[in-house]
Write a protein that binds this ligand. Structure first.
Ligand SMILES: NC(=O)CC[C@H](N)C(=O)O
Length: 186
């Protein structure tokens, strides 16, 4: 049976492990570099990416995570996990944070604002339904969520969501002076 690793440093790793159990898939907690060996795929859960990065540094996990990602096995990052996988992140805390990288995109860490601007919405995912079966919509939960600002030409976008009208305007620092991030509103 395939073994799915779940990065278990901080955040919603228990929920991912419980979801895997519910569908009869073996999930294992990953906290040390050697625990990545022999996994068939990896989930990096949501949580708080700065804290997660500090813990990953403490456990010397970044080199092994990068090796796993570049090895080409499936890796799924939700929320903070997505931030981990992005090649570039903006809106970081002072001093920045280390990223695993591998996904050719730029993310904004807290694009939608504070916890109060968290929201749920129905996402249209026809391409996913075509490939995997099931409904062509799926409930999206955006908890202090990041947004993907741009992607490389090899990235396939399976779903997107309009920017909510109540999203606060955020000033982001690109490292080359401050700039205003003005999202496309559909
Ligand atoms: N739900 C989440 O994982 C939120 C991620 C959070 N914005 C961060 O910077 O890590």
């Amino acid at each position: 049976m395939a073994v799915v690793g779940v990065l278990a440093l901080q955040g919603s790793y228990n929920e991912h492990l419980a979801a895997l159990r519910r569908i009869g898939v073996r999930g294992v907690e990953v906290r040390k570099p050697e625990q990545l060996l022999g996994l068939d795929s990896l989930i990096i859960p949501g949580g708080e990416s700065t804290t997660m990065a500090k813990l990953a540094n403490y456990h010397n996990l970044f080199p092994a995570l990068r090796e796993f990602v570049s090895g080409g096995k499936p890796v799924w990052g939700t929320c903070a996990g997505l931030i981990f996988l992005a090649n570039k992140a903006v809106g970081q805390k002072t001093g920045g944070q280390e990223l695993v990288g591998g996904l050719d995109c730029t993310v904004h860490r807290n694009f939608f604002g504070s916890q109060l601007q968290s929201f749920e919405t129905e996402l249209s995912v026809p391409k996913l339904a075509e490939k995997e079966g099931g409904n062509d919509t799926c409930r999206g939960v955006f908890i202090r969520a990041p947004a993907i600002l741009d992607v490389g030409s090899d990235v396939e976008i399976l779903a997107d969501c309009p920017v909510p009208a109540n999203r606060p305007s955020i000033t982001i620092s690109s490292g080359e002076g401050d700039e205003k991030c003005i999202p496309k509103i559909e």
